[in-house]
Design a protein around this ligand. Structure first.
Ligand code: BGC
Length: 931
């Protein structure tokens, strides 16, 4: 029997209190006999029984990836909906009942913002007794507290108050001068019982120390604690009551007397209780108070330490065995007056606790005990850490400590496993990088005094993120933030979003405005993201155009370029700028962004916009060609990143030559990368798309510095910011800008999904409607298998090698989708097996299939395992580090002229060393066979 799953409203499961315009439903189907949808029908009702309908699409050709419904919901209302899908096998499948609930929408607030004396350090607790007068049918809390808030309720008959909802760090991080989000909680149970509602406030991003340009700066958006809340009670007799914040609320002080995002929190339980006083009416904050867009940040996992380390310096340090982002809890039972200090770090140095690379972020928690046994947990901060130093606890035990992993509540939808343990660890590191940096805002890193929404970092990671998770709602909020910043900056996209202070911009960073919405559209198949963002996208290109003027001004202003690339000649250690001409990168991204706007406009049917931006793109592509390419197509920017960009955007009139140039550059660099933020995420994809998957695999599987597996071998559990964040001895290379949890280079996982596992999301069928399945088999990797639960349903693709040259490929295509399967190393004969449903429709070696599971086993058309002999080319021989080392005993391997690389070892010996005898050749062959 078929089943409908992942039914979502605006890409969120049963959203309550979100901004939901326009309304978009999506769902997936599995386990049915049919292969595709005949029609579908969505019904909406105020009752879960659907007795009366508010809306009915009727049987229609609804798009399961994004079915837009022209229904105008009312405020304060829960709507139930379900979808019924009829298949081509005459099945009708009905989803479970789903709901969405509106909040205040355009309704004015009757509550007022309240505040208290904000010059005191002790964080306030605002409270109000809630005493229902009749039987309660339903109650909701609409609330926003600044900087951060947590709401609690102490029921009349309970002893301890409990937290309302399961979210952390509400009301989340925005440019609060532009907009502020309120949350909605179902408090029917609490209000029915009656009791004390209390709200604890912290400083957070709003009023605590935070920011990139001036991290010491506090109170960026305001210096006053502020709270607004309305409790809407619907009684069973049909009457309503609203209790809102006003002067009748009271304030007392908590034992928290310090908190901010970077430094942590301080709590003193020996502080005397404070008298209660009345709240004061506050000025409303500057930004618009709106229904939320942020998906919740929740505790996603708990982890116990793997060890308690006693360091040479005499410290006690927990090791989690994994770098995570979140908070922790510690059970304490120390005498009154004892100070407990908890500090976090990413790495040990000389076996001791280390946190200098967090720069000014103290990342600590300080607690003064009142002598009672209790569990302490931070409220208004978070940490990026693996190691935890604890002092002040007399009998420290692993069992008393629990790490709480926090991140935005995205749904995981993809994973890959390969036959190589190091690659699998790399994949895990990338997944942890996403967990660690998807905390309401996509951040660069979670630990030092930064933790900000760097546009460039998430631009390069957005496709990977969309393979790993349903990223739509998360990025929807970020892109809204991004546009809010543009509105203040004449279309400029700041380098970090939300900005916190004066900001500049850069190519490849600001281009996030175009690249991310396009990626989200490709992966979701929902064009509302383009509709939401088209003004932002255009504004960014218009901004560049203004700076560019008539004299190429864009290439003359500051750009980060290929940030952290290793190829700048004469660069000092830990330099940040790469060798690729920044002007070239800027000019290309300008054209690429204009091109994306044109494509987005085409999707949205905005013909005039399409023409305008296509014209900009065409002109700019021409500018790039004229400036950086010779008339015969030779690229003047001879760096790995420079050539990768030339190939990605097909800029050279001689692509063969450009490919050869890239191949040679890589060979000159011993088949190692030296790319930075711009080149690295594109590198392997471009190599594969230009028939150089062999090189991409070499880069992936290289275990030496610099490379992805190098850091895995050095014990990384997340992806590092720099290729040399730690050296071979585990020493941190610098402390100025060096994070061990930066996901940017983790973007290689996109290539692993797309090409290693072969699940290649295409523009022809966004959201996986039409998938290209083209796995790239590699003997050394051994196997790969991926699951990707796309917007159109769950794809699987796996390959294995047996007996040296036998390949088995398995593919699953979901209901309602189609795939083009391209088999690796397939001999022609394989397509003649008409019994196998995979080969029902084959066009030019492409198997066109509908929903189903397919398997095929065949003998590879050419050998998979590379074997070496005197008749192998020097190119092949020297690419293998072990052979290179072996041959270096016989020849100057670093002094071989370019021309000779195409020669076999035998030919090279003949040309330069008087040839090899039959006997020598035989001996060499025996030795070479070993590799
Ligand atoms: C951040 C980045 C960011 C870069 C700008 C760094 O401080 O951590 O990842 O993209 O600055 O180039």
């Amino acid at each position: 029997m078929g089943e409908i799953y992942a039914a979502k409203t605006n890409h969120i499961t049963n959203p309550v209190g979100y901004a939901l315009k326009p309304l978009v439903f999506s769902w997936k189907v599995k386990g049915c006999k049919g292969q595709e949808q005949r029609h579908a029908r969505i019904v909406i009702s105020k009752e879960p029984t659907f007795t009366t309908l508010c809306f009915d699409t009727g049987e229609a050709a609804l798009d399961s990836r994004a079915a837009r419904v022209e229904f105008d919901p009312q405020p304060y209302t829960r709507y139930y909906w379900k979808v019924l899908v009829a298949t081509d096998a005459a099945e009708t499948i009905e989803s479970d009942v789903q709901f969405f609930e509106t909040a205040k929408m355009e309704e004015p607030w009757t509550a007022q913002w309240i505040t208290c004396d904000s010059s005191q350090q002790r964080h306030p607790i605002f409270s109000k007794r809630i005493s229902p007068t009749r039987a309660v049918a339903r109650a909701r809390l609409y609330i926003c507290g600044l900087g951060l808030y947590e709401a609690y309720f102490l029921g009349e008959t309970s002893k301890v108050s409990s937290k309302i909802g399961d979210e952390y760090l509400t009301p989340y991080c925005n440019n609060y001068a532009q907009w502020i989000q309120y949350q909605t909680y179902d408090v029917t149970e609490q209000v029915s019982e009656g009791g004390m509602l209390s709200i604890l406030l912290g400083n957070g991003w709003y009023k605590g120390r935070f920011g990139f340009s001036d991290p010491e700066r506090k109170e960026y958006y305001g210096s006053e604690w502020k709270l607004i809340a309305e409790i809407h009670i619907a009684y069973q007799d049909g009457t309503n009551e609203v209790v809102g914040t006003d002067e009748t609320w009271s304030v007392k002080r908590s034992n928290l007397w310090f908190s901010n995002i970077y430094d942590g929190e301080r709590r003193d339980d020996t502080l005397p209780p404070t008298p209660e006083c009345c709240a004061r009416i506050a000025q409303a904050p500057k930004g618009r108070l709106m229904e939320r867009l942020s998906i919740p940040v929740k505790a996603q996992m708990l982890r116990k330490p793997v060890a308690l380390i006693h360091t040479p310096r005499g410290e006690e340090v927990f090791d989690l065995g994994q770098e995570i982002t979140g908070i922790f809890q510690l059970r304490v039972r120390e005498p009154a007056g004892t100070t407990i200090r908890i500090q976090t770090g990413e790495v040990l140095q000389d076996g001791c606790f280390y946190n200098e690379n967090l720069r000014t972020a103290l990342s600590e928690y300080i607690y003064v005990s009142d002598g009672k046994e209790k569990t302490i947990v931070p409220h208004f901060t978070y940490y990026g850490y693996r190691y935890v130093k604890v002092s002040g606890v007399s009998n420290l035990l692993c069992e008393d400590f629990t790490a709480i992993v926090l991140h935005s509540d995205y749904e995981s939808i993809g994973n890959v496993k390969t036959g190589n343990a190091l690659v699998n660890q790399l994949i895990s590191n990338v997944e942890w990088g996403m967990r660690g940096n998807f905390l309401d805002v996509p951040t660069d890193c979670p630990q030092r005094d930064e933790r900000m929404g760097w546009t460039g970092d998430t631009q390069v990671f957005s496709a990977t993120a969309s393979y790993l998770a349903d990223s739509f709602a998360f990025y929807r909020k970020y892109l809204y933030d991004l546009y809010q910043e543009q509105l203040l900056a004449g279309g400029m996209v700041p380098e970090v979003v939300p900005t916190f202070g004066p900001s500049k911009c850069s190519c490849a960073w600001g281009d996030a405005a175009c690249i991310i919405p396009w990626n989200i559209y490709l992966f979701s198949g929902d064009k509302t993201i383009l509709e939401n963002q088209i003004e932002s996208m255009k504004a960014w290109v218009d901004y560049i155009r203004k700076i560019d003027g008539d004299h190429h001004g864009w290439r003359q202003v500051f750009h980060y370029g290929d940030w952290l690339a290793l190829d700048r000649a004469g660069a000092v250690a830990n330099s940040v700028y790469g060798a690729t001409d920044e002007a070239y990168i800027a000019d290309i991204y300008y054209a690429a962004s204009a091109q994306i706007v044109a494509k987005a406009a085409a999707v949205l049917g905005l013909e005039e916009t399409r023409q305008n931006y296509q014209a900009i793109a065409d002109r700019q592509w021409q500018v790039v060609k004229e400036e950086y390419f010779t008339a015969t197509g030779r690229c003047a920017v001879k760096t790995q990143t420079g050539l990768v960009l030339a190939l990605k955007y097909h800029l050279s009139d001689n692509e063969r030559l450009t490919e050869q140039m890239l191949r040679k550059l890589l060979r000159d660099n011993k088949n190692k990368l030296n790319t930075g933020f711009v080149g690295t995420p594109l590198l392997c994809n471009v190599l594969t798309e230009h028939g150089m998957t062999d090189l991409a695999y070499r880069l992936l599987l290289n275990e030496e510095y610099p490379g992805w597996l190098h850091e895995v071998k050095l014990g990384a559990t997340t992806v590092w910011e720099r290729w040399n964040s730690l050296d071979e001895n585990g020493r941190i290379s610098s402390s100025g800008m060096n994070s061990l949890n930066h996901y940017s280079y983790g973007a290689v996982l996109e290539w692993i999904f797309r090409h290693v596992a072969g699940i290649d999301v295409t523009e022809q069928g966004p959201g996986g409607k039409m998938m290209r399945i083209s796995p790239k088999v590699d003997y050394k990797l051994g196997s790969a298998s991926a699951v990707y639960d796309s917007a159109s349903g769950c794809y699987r693709c796996g390959w294995q090698i047996a007996n040296g040259d036998q390949i088995t490929v398995t593919v699953t295509v979901p209901f309602g989708a189609k795939a083009q399967v391209i088999l690796p190393y397939a001999p022609d004969s394989v397509y003649h097996d008409t019994e196998n449903p995979l080969f029902e429709t084959v066009e030019n070696g492409i198997c066109c299939v509908k929903a189903g599971q397919y398997t095929v086993t065949y003998k590879a058309a050419s050998p998979l395992k590379k074997s070496y002999s005197v008749d192998s080319t020097l190119e092949d021989l020297l690419a293998e580090p072990a052979i290179r080392a072996f041959l270096s005993n016989m020849m100057e391997v670093d002094m071989i002229p370019d021309l000779a690389y195409g020669l076999t070892l035998r030919q090279a010996a003949e040309a330069f060393a008087g040839g090899v005898s039959a006997e020598q050749a035989q001996r060499l062959n025996v030795l070479l066979e070993e590799f």
